[in-house]
Design a protein around this ligand. Sequence first.
Ligand code: GAL
Length: 420
Amino acid sequence: MKMSLAKLFLVLAVALMLAVPQVSMAKELNGDLEIFSWWAGDEGPALQALIKQYKDQNPNVNVIDATVTGGSGVNAKAVLKTRMLGNEPPDSFQVHSGQELIGTWVKADRMEDLTFLFKEQGWMDAFPEGLIKLIGTDDGIWSVPVTIHRSNVMWYIPANLKKWGVTAPKTWADFLKIAPKLQKEGIVPLAMAENWTVNHLWESVALASLGADKWDALWSGKLRFDSPDVVKAWELFGKILKYTNKDASSLSWQQATDMMIDGKAAFNIMGDWAAGYMSTTKKMAPGKDFGWATSPDTGGEFMFLSDSFGLPKGAPNRDNAIAWLKVLGSKKGSDTFNPLKGSISPRTDSDLSKYNAYLQSASADFGKDRVVGSLAHGVAANETFMGGFSQIMEMFLKTHNAKAVSMACQQLADKSKIGK
Ligand code: GAL
């Protein structure tokens, strides 16, 4: 009788363990987690909310929020390169989906394949197939997408436009008509900032001038950079630059947006993180305090980019990083992060009621517009091309020679193996 009671206890204990495996066997994570990104300062609130969610789930992990300031990662990417080359990777880092990830870090064999996580978390169905293709190769899936941002947006302050008697131009021809009038009144027609925002403006103008088919053809190697079509796009770009502020190179993107908010400038072409900045940081109401339109001549086209986080090989705290990626890819994480960031969720089951009027309209457009990839934010070309393109842009700002830069771009495309 004594023996059978002991046996009964044993059977009960085993049954209990099997019945509640997640509770009794889940691993308590501890140690550090270093996350590397350029979401500092004004760009930080969305990331902070995500870190808080991670901390709630993993209270014993010490999160190191390693940010390097500078829009579009201008400074962060250089620091990351040094660290990766020195075999000192962070546990997880921000990287744009597309060629910035594939043509740079995956090509250099620096990333871990995350297919196992996508399968385990049900992400093969949660993320659109096209996006998974963008972060994948035949050998694996290489990052977890966090955002869908739109690049081709023109921002304005409705009350100011009313005061000045202008409306948001639908075409660049319209812009070039109203710009001299604004300039005469001492208003900068188009606010611009440091170098990368010039590249950002260029892609909106090039998309307008070329159209979506030719834009795509440029990156698949079917349209040459020195073709008359592309020279024409540079010429239009030169005309528009005349209506930007002279001190652009010393301003951050937020300062350029501020010029528009403060009524010193009429328009600003910037990605929709500007909506995040205006609504989250400046507490402005979308549609009322600030307005938006697709950048001229790009109606029906959605130039997109997507931030993602990856797991570098040799990450010092791999388990903690995997737990981080799980939070990023989850519905709850995504719908906490994106409404603050000014982006829409890459997940197809996102809860739109959590998003403001601007983001709801971006989401509707993403569903029906022709979607093309951004150059300035890593979708279309690798880092080699982007680095060279920024130098060519410097040359254009000095010379305004459309033919010369088009030829230089073609040489760069050959060297960077664009479309190969
Ligand atoms: C982009 C990035 C956005 C935003 C922006 C400004 O490259 O994808 O999330 O951070 O830069 O810094």
